[in-house]
Ligand binder design. Structure first.
Ligand code: ADP
Length: 392
């Protein structure tokens, strides 16, 4: 029994095929450069790397090519052998607070909230609809990035704007990376020996996109990303929190239109905006060579995280643990050290520098009041498991 997980982005589709119950990865790959002159499909199967360069007209064609390739390789004769397909869907609006079996009504609702995630929801839907059309009996499940954060209280999700913008345009904090925050929270609860419904955590998902979530009694009560993933922490190329008046001021001063501002805030800011690089490994190399801008970018990145840890400690009350995950959270010894520096004095979270260099699961000192953990995330596995739970 196998489950396919599809994670469609604006020009790519990540896929993983899982063996149910053992949760072994049968095959993993990526279809890239969709709708460009030269597309690319790469996958790993049976220890072999397979790559093809070909034109992939659109996402629908990408999925057709994937099905043919899996069949050609003998991985899967056809999709109808699957017991389910799990889709990462970025935005569920206020409709979805948990993984959901897809039917016409669900498709309609995902469409309805597409304006909130115009680059993602429509391509997520293409995958869903093409499979639904060709394989009427396959059960499909949507796992929403926003779902875990639907437990936020109104005080955390309503912006102090005229209330009618919430009522008419659904402007509010939705939060993202929910599948990852939820997954590492459950894992951390296990490591801590605390019931997952009672655990209080601050989870830090630090990758190219980055967000922090306050979890109280196993539920998300606040999160740093907002209506879109732009708000909150400093990210690879996104600014995170800024004074909103900067947008007005800059657009007036430099005569920038909305699209140009969008480009600056989402693609030219963050770590990249400060030091020209968005890859933390490269930034660390430059920091080692005492590069001023790389060092500044790193300091700002870590300080913003520390500030959120303080704020969320106040929101949660008694925090059991701080959890690092994502490419940077899982691997950057330096970032973890900087973020945790002096947290012992302020909130009682004391890092063990030696354990930190070993990338251990527990990186806090034995006498630390708040534990500090490193927990690798696995969004695809979580989607596969959630899918199985529903289809079985
Ligand atoms: P995405 O948001 O694209 O899924 P990832 O979670 O894969 O991102 O994280 C990518 C980030 O993780 C990059 O900034 C990369 O430099 C960083 N990273 C990966 N490995 C290391 C490492 N060993 N040390 C520091 N940073 C790392």
């Amino acid at each position: 029994m196998k489950i396919l997980v599809l994670n469609a982005g604006s020009s790519s589709i990540k896929f993983q095929l899982f063996q149910v119950k053992s949760w072994d990865v049968v095959c993993i790959g990526l279809i890239e450069q969709i709708a460009q002159e030269q597309g690319h499909i790469a996958l790993k199967y049976n220890g072999k790397d397979i790559e093809k360069v070909l034109t992939i007209k659109d996402h629908a064609e990408g999925i057709r090519i994937l099905q043919e390739l899996l069949s050609e390789l003998g991985v899967l004769k056809d999709f109808d052998e699957l017991i389910g397909v799990g889709h990462r869907v970025v935005h569920g609006g206020e409709y979805f607070s948990e993984p959901t079996l897809i039917n016409k009504d669900v498709i309609g609702k995902i469409k309805e909230v597409s304006s909130l995630a115009p680059l993602h929801n429509p391509v997520n839907l293409i995958g869903i609809e093409i499979i639904a059309k060709k394989y009427k009996n396959i059960k499909q499940v949507a796992v929403f990035d926003t779902a875990f954060h639907q437990s936020l209280p109104k005080s955390a999700y309503i912006y102090a704007l005229p209330y009618k913008f919430y009522e008419d345009q659904q402007i509010r904090r939705y939060g993202f990376h929910g599948t990852s925050h939820h997954y590492v929270a459950k894992k951390a609860a296990k490591y801590l020996g605390i019931d997952k419904k009672k655990v209080n955590l601050i989870t830090l998902h630090l990758g190219n996109g980055a967000s922090v979530t306050a979890i109280k009694s196993g539920k998300s009560i606040d999160t740093s990303m907002g209506l879109t993933p732009l708000e909150g922490l400093v990210m690879g190329t996104r600014s995170g929190d800024i004074d909103p008046a900067i947008i007005l001021y800059l657009s007036k001063c430099l005569n920038l239109n909305i699209d140009e501002m969008d480009d600056i805030l989402n693609k030219k800011s963050g770590l990249k905006g400060i030091c020209g690089l968005n890859d933390m490994r490269e930034i660390e190399q430059k920091v080692a060579k005492k590069d001023f801008y790389a060092n500044l970018a790193l300091e700002i990145f870590c300080y913003r995280i520390k500030k959120y840890i303080g704020a969320y400690t106040a929101s949660i009350g008694k925090v059991d643990a701080i959890v690092f995950t994502g490419g940077i959270g899982e691997h950057s010894v330096l970032v973890r050290e900087k973020v945790c520096k002096d947290l012992d004095e302020s909130i009682g979270a004391k890092i063990d520098l030696k354990e930190n260099t070993k990338n251990s699961i527990f990186i806090s000192a034995n006498d630390s009041k708040i534990k500090i953990l490193v927990v690798p995330t696995d969004e695809e596995l979580e989607i596969a498991k959630q899918t199985y739970k529903i289809v079985s």
